[in-house]
Design a protein around this ligand. Sequence first.
Ligand code: SF4
Length: 324
Amino acid sequence: MTMQKQRTTSRTGSTAGTGPAAAVRLADVSVRFRSKKRDVTAIGDVSLDVAPGEFVAIVGPSGCGKSTLLKLVAGLLTASSGEVLLGGEQVTGPRHDIGYVFQRAALLEWRSALRNILLQAEIRHMEPASARERVDDLIRMTGLTGFEDAYPHELSGGLAQRAATALALIGDAPLLLADEPTTGLDRDLVERTVDELRRHTDEGRALLIITHDLAAAERIADRVAVMYAGRIVEIADAAPFFGAPGPRHPYARGLLDALPERDFAPIPGMPPELGALPDGCAFAARCAYADARCTDERPAFASDLACHHAPTGRTHPLKEAADA
Ligand code: SF4
């Protein structure tokens, strides 16, 4: 059964602007570097707001810049241009007021799972009795019961990931970043973990999650941001994205069509390398609706979509392209 999504605050727009401070604001952010004598744009002109109490899932192929985007928000990377703001404050370095669930569990090898989590409580100056109560709750929630005294090398990948999730949740930080937090978990634990993350959001905290697990995103996200080749190509409310009318961008549509429970039809070809992006739309070589404009001109991100065949009125972009 799908968990009830309860948004406690209204969301802000997808692009940076005026209004109350977003929990996270990315305003025209790019990350560029030089590798093997090539200029690489790991992130290009990304704008995204996440409101307090909002759960945004970032989806896209491996290597499209999702983890880079999360590291920017955490202050572990610096933007080449644009602004990254948390609660209206510019991010200038690593932040200690966020919870971060890493792709690979970051646990201290010489401390048991329980003592790893308790250490976080100490670092966050939690009162010992309430910290212990909260840790016990998190151990139950993440399915770590029975493994409290195990050391990281004694934990399977899935168990270590559960400990990492508990560790990030312990301080009830106002912002939680999660990079593939359900990797290696069985379905039951995936649902328990994402439901706990959802509860964290329903208490007014913001959550930005990277996931390949579209079923998990559908279960708990308020909005979905789709990335391709270093750019956000679509932002949509989760309900219409996963239901009707569905995604608007051809890549996003292909992503859902590839699911076994849908058409099970993978998108042909591979994404371009970030160091060798074409002049036009990065998806053009794989897109059934590409035309000359697509190959010549990179589509701007406007109205939550980066596609030359944006809808006009009630017309769907794919239908419009097919009819052209
Ligand atoms: S801009 Fe053109 S090639 Fe790119 S996704 Fe839209 S229709 Fe396809």
